[in-house]
Design a binder for this molecule. Structure first.
Ligand SMILES: [Zn+2]
Length: 289
């Protein structure tokens, strides 16, 4: 294992697609302020991560955002809100990413150069708009044909410069890894699967993954990093309820074991953008910093 990218989609638990039809904001239960234990764990393990923040939540969580920055992590953008990109027209998208970038840079007091689309709903047209808006990288590509929400992001014209990393001019795309088993793509890098799989199975899948890959990327969400009680709405499908709640209690411990395991395999943790993208300059061709 060479490079490992630990990423957090810094969103509220009620931003989850299958909870978006309910009014849960009024419950007053919020998970973003609860990530301090996770930040402490990263300090202890000496790991820096990239936090893709939903801009509409950042002003009220300004202290958390600044704490993340103070501890040496990267703040990137997860949209102005958490709605799917294919529900947004180009003009709306253009305005929203400019506003989200402004808000995040004002709160974080750092340049924001990276983006991840909610539910990986990026398409090529929006990727070009992102580039024009001054972002230097995106991390929304996932190959997972069976998932009803994810789309295929075409990277025609991009050159593969490293495992999971693609480049076109000065713009980079970081792929979310999946493990191909027969015709299925198993998303071993995050979401419900990471919580569902016992650690022994996860280790076996990573061993299999390593046969074809050098780099790895993990994605997690604040609601998966705290065991606090989340009031599930009445009328929510049993499957969605399970998907949201399963494996949360021990997840932080599991993540700790996973990080230690990846380190023992030689994995070097780094943020996607690095110090203003400086590490990207070591990738073939580089980018100006
Ligand atoms: Zn998200």
């Amino acid at each position: 294992m060479k490079k490992v990218f630990l990423t957090v989609d810094l969103e509220e638990w009620y931003d989850l697609e299958y909870l978006s039809g309910f009014d849960l904001k009024s419950s007053g239960v919020e998970v973003i302020p609860r990530i301090i234990d996770f930040l402490d764990m990263l300090d202890e393990l000496g790991v820096k991560a990239t936090f893709f923040a939903v801009a509409e939540h950042t002003e009220k969580n300004a202290d958390i955002i600044r704490e993340i920055v103070r501890r040496g992590h990267e703040i990137a953008c997860h949209g102005l809100d958490h709605k799917l990109l294919y529900e947004k027209g180009d003009e709306t998208f253009r305005e929203e990413i400019a506003e989200a970038k402004r808000i995040l840079e004002r709160v974080a007091r750092r340049p924001v150069i990276g983006y991840r689309a909610s539910c990986f709903s990026m398409d090529r047209g929006k990727l070009e708009l992102l580039r024009k808006a001054g972002f230097l990288y995106d991390s929304s590509k996932i190959t997972f044909a069976q998932h009803p929400l994810y789309r295929y992001l075409d990277l025609i014209g991009f050159e593969k410069v490293d495992d999971l990393i693609y480049r076109d001019g000065e713009f980079f795309e970081f792929e979310i890894p999946t493990l191909k088993i027969q015709k299925y793509s198993v998303p071993i890098s995050g979401g419900g699967y990471l919580r569902l799989f016992p650690f022994s199975l996860l280790k076996a899948l990573i061993n299999k993954y390593e046969l074809r890959h050098e780099n790895f990327l993990i994605y997690v969400h604040p609601f998966e990093l705290t065991a606090m009680n989340l009031p599930m709405p009445g009328g929510l499908k049993a499957a969605s309820r399970l998907r949201c709640l399963i494996g949360r209690k021990r997840n932080l411990k599991k993540l700790r074991k996973l990080i230690l395991h990846l380190k023992s395999k030689g994995g070097e943790f780094r943020t996607l953008g690095g110090e203003r993208g400086i590490w990207l300059s070591s990738v073939k061709g580089g980018i100006p910093v």
